[in-house]
Design a protein around this ligand. Structure first.
Ligand code: SF4
Length: 224
């Protein structure tokens, strides 16, 4: 029997249904609900306008989108930063507009944190950083995660690289990020494995890895 997941967000008055196409859903409950629109992790219905302000001191990030109220980018209701630039180029990637590293807008980490913490995004259960490829900007990413964790926030990061590949990266900021985050969603998007990917993932090969550095401490002798 096919499994459907319904996520009801009382704050926004929306229902997200996983595991069914829009036309099937319309046939099932079209007389009860308004027409469905397709969403997915990293593909929101709308996002906030972005423009770089004067606060450009310190580390920066190249940003594609910032949006709030997502229930498909990690556990609960989340504010999401989508970073710009991805060298992985998975076949069938559904956010190709994020690939160009020169696209998007350059924002200071301070500006991103202010956007994340905007009260318009409340209530929220945590923050998610996705891409593009988040680890293509390791210094800015680590600076951002440091600040989010200092605010006591639950942080999810998506990467098209596997944890094993990230563990071999030489940049200390990559290691720091893996130590700080609460959940890593890893691996490239594989379109042949998209059906039945389950919550928060684009394809079945992608893994949900809580506290990824703990695995590396146990498996590879990483020093905490
Ligand atoms: S890693 Fe993500 S953004 Fe990059 S090509 Fe793959 S699916 Fe697209």
């Amino acid at each position: 029997m096919r499994e459907l997941t319904w996520i009801v967000d009382p704050a926004a008055g929306t229902a997200v249904v996983e595991g069914i196409a829009g036309d099937e859903l319309a046939a099932l409950v079209g007389d009860l609900l308004p027409p469905a629109r397709e969403v997915n992790c990293a593909r929101p219905l709308s996002s906030l306008p972005l423009s770089s302000g004067s606060d450009i001191a310190g580390p920066t990030l190249r940003v594609a989108r910032l949006y709030h109220g997502s229930v498909v980018d990690g556990p609960g209701r989340r504010s999401v930063l989508q970073l710009q630039g991805c060298p992985i180029r998975c076949r069938g990637c559904y956010v190709p507009e994020t690939h160009d590293p020169a696209g998007g807008v350059s924002l200071s980490v301070e500006e991103v944190v202010r956007g994340f913490l905007d009260p318009v995004g409340e209530p929220r259960d945590g923050m998610t950083v996705t891409g593009g490829e988040a680890f293509s900007q390791p210094a800015g990413l680590a600076a951002l995660i440091r600040q989010l964790k200092a605010h006591g926030l639950h942080v999810v990061v998506y990467s098209g690289y596997t944890l094993e590949v990230l563990a071999r990266r030489p940049e200390p900021e990559v290691r720091e990020t893996l130590h700080l985050i609460d959940l890593l969603v890893d691996g490239p998007f594989v379109s042949a494995l998209a059906v039945g990917a389950g919550e928060w993932r684009g394809s079945r090969n992608q893994r949900l890895i809580p506290h990824p550095a703990r695995i590396l401490v146990e498996r590879e002798g990483w020093i905490e």
